[in-house]
Design a protein around this ligand. Structure first.
Ligand code: HSE
Length: 296
C-alpha cells in the first residue's frame, strides 16, 4: 500500500515571465508514502542531493508533510501518518524548483489516499499559497509550459505544449542562491519603457512557442525585471549566455532565481551548447553539472 509519485524539475520565469511563466523538465524527484497506523507523525527517509541537510532539519517543518496536511484538511479527512521517502535527483537551491517538488509531491501523495481527491485546480491553489508564486508549482502539477496568475482564492493557469524540437541545455554551478535573497536584490521600480519591453517579450515568447517560430526566442528571452539584477549573483553569467549563443542556442537565461542557467536550443545542438556553457564555469574553476533536458 505504498504510494509513489514523481514530480518534475521546473524552470520558472522563462526570461521575461517573472512569477508567471514556468516550464517542466524531464528531471525528477521521487516521493513515496507508506501509511503506518501506529505512527503519530511523518517519518522521513532522505536520499540523493541535499539529503544530509534535509536529515538535519526539523521534520515538523518539512514541506512534504506540511503539504499532505493541507490536502487532508481541505478534503476534511483525518491525517494519515507513516513513512515518507524522498529521493532527490534535482539539485536543491539552484533555481530548478526543488522545493516545489516537495510541495507538489506531498499534495499528490495525500491526494492518492483521500476518498474524494482534490482536482488539479484545487491542488494548485494550495501549492501557490505555500510557495507564494505559481510559476514553479503550476508546471510541477501540469507539466509543459504554464502561464499562471494567482488570485485571492484561485489560480488561473493555462498550459501549452513545448515544440518537440526545442530542448534545453542546463548548467548548474556550485553556487547557491536562495530565492529569498535573489528576490531581495530586485528593484521596487523600473522604467516604463523597460516594463513595456517585458510585456512584448513575454507575449512573443508564448506565441513563438505556439507557432514554432523558435528563432524569435533570441529576442523573446530577454528580460528587464530580474535577470539584470540577479546576474551579479552568478559569476560569469554573461559569458555563459554568450557561449550558449555561439554554440548554437536561440538564447539563454537564468532558471528561476538561479544559479542554474538554461539555454533554449534546437535538439540537434543541445549537447554542444551544454558543454560550452559548462566549460565557462570549468575554465574559472567553478564546479558545475550539465544536463541536456526536454520538456516534461
Ligand atoms: N519567480 C520566482 C523568482 C521563481 O524568480 O523569484 C523562484 O524559483
Amino acid at each position: 500500500n505504498t504510494v509513489r509519485v514523481q514530480v518534475p524539475a521546473t524552470s520558472a520565469n522563462c526570461g521575461p515571465g517573472f512569477d508567471c511563466l514556468g516550464l517542466a523538465l524531464n528531471l525528477y524527484n521521487i516521493f513515496s508514502f507508506t501509511p503506518d497506523e501506529n505512527a503519530t507523525e511523518y517519518i522521513y527517509t532522505f536520499e540523493g542531493f541535499g539529503a544530509d541537510i534535509l536529515r538535519a532539519e526539523d521534520p515538523k517543518k518539512n514541506l512534504i508533510g506540511f503539504a499532505m496536511d493541507q490536502v487532508f484538511a481541505t478534503a476534511q479527512e483525518p491525517i494519515r501518518y507513516g513513512h515518507i521517502t524522498s529521493e532527490t535527483l534535482i539539485p536543491p537551491s539552484r533555481g530548478l524548483g526543488s522545493s516545489s517538488t516537495a510541495i507538489v509531491g506531498g499534495l499528490l501523495l495525500a491526494n492518492a489516499l483521500v476518498k474524494h481527491p482534490l482536482s488539479k485546480e484545487e491542488l494548485l491553489v494550495i501549492a501557490n499559497r505555500m510557495e507564494g508564486h505559481p510559476d514553479n508549482v503550476a508546471p510541477a502539477i501540469y507539466g509543459n509550459l504554464c502561464c499562471a496568475t494567482g488570485l485571492k482564492n484561485k489560480v488561473l493557469n493555462t498550459v501549452i505544449s513545448i515544440p518537440p524540437e526545442l530542448h534545453f541545455a542546463v548548467v548548474v554551478p556550485e553556487v547557491m542562491v536562495s530565492t529569498e535573497y535573489a528576490r531581495s536584490v530586485l528593484p521596487n521600480h523600473i522604467p516604463f519603457k523597460e516594463a513595456v519591453q517585458n510585456v512584448s517579450h513575454a507575449s512573443l515568447f508564448v506565441t513563438s512557442l505556439i507557432t514554432h517560430q523558435l528563432s524569435n526566442l533570441s529576442v523573446a528571452l530577454d528580460d528587464n525585471l530580474h535577470v539584470p539584477y540577479r546576474k551579479t549573483l552568478i559569476p560569469h553569467c554573461d559569458e555563459v549566455f554568450e557561449a550558449a549563443k555561439v554554440a548554437g542556442a536561440y538564447g539563454a537565461t537564468i532558471s528561476g532565481s538561479g544559479s542554474t542557467l538554461i539555454a533554449y536550443v534546437d535538439k540537434t545542438h543541445v549537447q554542444e551548447v551544454a558543454k560550452a556553457m559548462g566549460a565557462v564555469f570549468t575554465a574559472n574553476e567553478i564546479e558545475n553539472k550539465i544536463y541536456c533536458l526536454e520538456a516534461d
